[in-house]
Design a protein around this ligand. Structure first.
Ligand code: ADP
Ligand code: ADP
Ligand code: ZN
Length: 222
């Protein structure tokens, strides 16, 4: 049996899943696996899955379990994931959660922790509307809450090019929040039932949230 950690970050759009996953990746040598990033790459590459996902994503709905699971399984089959993974934005439905259980069981693995990033809906629109990322390395920034140390220059790689997601607008965020409450929030109870759930107050500052998460991950991997 491999002793690699499988961690899940649950939370609505803008909760800080991506931000925290990248910090955990650096701190613990885990691999961030974001189904949103994988789907955006499929859309950009124009694959069949990407073509099917595109309209759903721009409307703020959830892509079908079938497509998401196929993409996730491919990524989990790559050797770097043996170090342990942080699932960022997956699972998002009970069907995905059950499929993940089966996939891990087949590999003699199990979930180390499912961590819910708890936030107020009201803050989410502001977080998502101000979000942008480095076009080169993907580091995440925010117009008000996380600006680069030197304006217009990425802290991590020095690039001066940044991008914003087409679905990070006020109308789509409302649909995405609705999808979260209907389809994803029930997973909090699902993982509570499996005794792997932790909850973190994600309304605090980025470093505060990171410290709370690090304590949980240390407990699970240590
Ligand atoms: P998610 O992956 O859950 O959608 P992100 O990590 O992309 O969320 O964060 C959304 C936006 O909010 C980003 O612009 C990020 O810089 C910012 N952000 C993340 N965590 C916090 C926080 N604790 N306080 C304020 N802003 C945050
Ligand atoms: P956020 O960081 O704001 O939570 P993501 O980048 O995780 O957003 O996801 C962007 C979009 O990709 C979602 O609105 C949804 O359409 C699709 N998506 C990502 N992950 C999943 C998933 N596990 N199941 C279904 N759809 C997904
Ligand atoms: Zn960068």
């Amino acid at each position: 049996m491999t002793k690699s950690a499988v961690l899940i970050l649950l939370g609505p759009p803008g909760a800080g899943k991506g931000t925290q996953a990248r910090m955990l990746e650096e701190k613990f040598g885990l691999v961030q696996l974001s189904t949103g990033d994988l789907l955006r790459a499929a859309v950009a590459a124009g694959t069949d899955a990407g073509k099917a996902a595109q309209a759903v994503m721009s409307a703020g709905g959830l892509v079908s379990d079938e497509i998401v699971l196929a993409i996730l399984k491919d990524r989990m089959a790559e050797p770097d994931t043996a170090k342990g993974v942080i699932l960022d934005g997956f699972p998002r439905t009970e069907g995905q959660a059950a499929a993940l259980d089966d996939l891990l069981a087949a590999q003699g693995q199990s979930i180390g922790a499912a961590i819910s990033l708890d936030v107020d809906d009201a803050a989410m629109v502001e977080r998502v509307s101000g979000r942008y990322t480095c076009a080169n390395c993907g580091e995440g920034y925010h117009d008000s809450f996380k600006q680069p140390a030197v304006a217009g220059v990425c802290d991590k790689c020095g690039s001066t090019e940044f991008k914003r997601r087409a679905d990070d607008n006020a109308e789509t965020v409302t649909a995405r929040l609705e999808a979260y409450h209907k389809q994803t929030a029930p997973l909090i109870t699902y993982y509570e039932g499996k005794a792997v759930l932790s909850r973190v107050d994600a309304m605090g500052e980025i470093d505060r949230v990171a410290a709370d998460l690090a304590a949980i991950v240390t407990r699970v991997t240590g």
